[in-house]
Design a protein around this ligand. Sequence first.
Ligand code: 1AG
Length: 135
Amino acid sequence: MPVSLCGTWDMVSNVNFDGLMITLGIGVYTRKIALKLKHRKVIEKVGDVYVIKTLSTFRNYTVSFRVDEEFEEFTKGLDDRHCKSLVTWQGNKLVCAQEGEKKNRGWTHWVEDDKLHLEVYCEDQVCKQVFKRVA
Ligand code: 1AG
């Protein structure tokens, strides 16, 4: 049984977020603001539905899904694209594949050494984020 991802987590590191944003076509002014943000992840499970909130002083993004059930995702306030997304468990990692205009797009979450890890990838870019538990 993998360690639960649920809880409130604050960003401690964010590597290559700019490379990811460039690949997603985000403009230079938005990128400059976005690069300064410390994201907070609030991960909840309500019945069999996961809710992942990414919160910041600039923008918030919420996604909810059932594992193993494809859903339509609109990345509102991020790159504003539509994807067909599917989240699965691969061992102790929660893996999302986001099919759409952008190739090789998705993310992976896991807990290791009491930290929440997130890799967000698109095309040839990988952004690596680490969060510490605050609640
Ligand atoms: C995510 O987390 C969302 C977290 O997928 C952000 C990661 C990538 C964002 C992609 C592009 C950035 C586009 C615009 C930048 C503008 C604002 C940045 C605001 C960041 C806070 C919302 C994966 C998973 C569930 O946790 O979504």
